[in-house]
Write a protein that binds this ligand. Structure first.
Ligand SMILES: *Cc1c(COP(=O)(O)O)cnc(C)c1O
Length: 245
């Protein structure tokens, strides 16, 4: 399934999952184009999901997945550690010869020889991940994070839709609550660099879109508070005011 025909601005729908495949792989959130699969889909075969950029942003029905994996560096910790949630029967089930290091059976405690570790894990990123998980729990868990994240995304998308200077790129129903992508509205394209400089002056960091798409991207991961979103909205409103004839 692909949405290449419209520059990846929507999540493909109506596709058929072949039942003779070993597994069906999805990436739940597209950080570059700002689209997201908002629901746990039903798959007739083992479902494998890369949730690098939206894990812990909403409650997930893990039972629907054979495996969920990702890099920790967006919502759960610093770079240097990854996470895997895998159904037990899938561990060591590959018929392909695997290098010891990339075989999950090597790292699964019950299977690992002498209950010892195969390699020295990066304890600092793992410790920080633990602290982050405790922080998420203290916020009220993923249910609470979801509420906070939806509010942040709604605040920003409402402003994008209201503000005459900007326009969102992803179709509304598939808009990501993690990465909010937008561009200058038609007729205002020449103001892109000016808004970037204006926002920078106001203390906004990292709102430049991915190098492959341009425009703007506000990454509002779990660690980003509502106040930061409010500040960006205020900045967009002031920019509009300054340019209204
Ligand atoms: C963020 C992300 C990447 C990029 O990883 P970095 O190491 O953070 O550059 C790749 N794939 C997915 C699905 C991601 O969310």
């Amino acid at each position: 399934a692909s949405s290449e025909d419209k520059n990846y601005t929507y999540i493909p729908k109506g596709y058929k999952i072949p039942t003779d495949a070993d597994y069906f792989h999805i990436t739940t959130n597209n950080t570059i184009y700002g689209t997201e699969i908002h629901e746990d889909i039903d798959s007739p075969i083992t479902l494998v999901a890369d949730m690098s950029s939206d894990i812990m942003s909403r409650p997930v029905d893990v039972k629907k997945y054979g495996m969920i994996y990702g890099g920790a560096q967006k919502n759960v910790g610093p770079a240097g550690v990854t996470f895997v949630i895998i159904r037990k029967d899938l561990i060591g089930s590959s018929e392909r010869p695997l290098q010891t290091m990339v075989n999950y059976a090597t790292h699964y405690p019950e299977e690992a020889r002498n209950h010892s570790m195969f390699n020295t894990p990066p304890v600092l990123p793992i410790f920080v991940m633990h602290e982050t998980l405790k922080w998420v729990k203290a916020q009220g868990g993923v249910e609470a994070m979801y509420k906070i994240n939806k509010k942040k995304a709604e605040t920003l998308y409402n402003e994008i839709d209201r503000n005459s200077m900007f326009v969102g790129t992803a179709v509304k129903e598939d808009r990501s609550i993690m990465n909010v992508c937008f561009v200058m509205a038609p007729g205002h394209e020449d103001l892109e660099a000016e808004f970037m400089a204006f926002a920078k002056e106001k203390g906004m960091v990292g709102i430049k879109g991915h190098r492959s798409v341009g425009g703007f991207r506000a990454s509002i991961y779990n660690a980003c508070p509502q106040e930061s979103v409010d500040a960006l909205v205020a900045c967009m409103q002031e920019f509009e005011k300054n340019h209204k004839k």
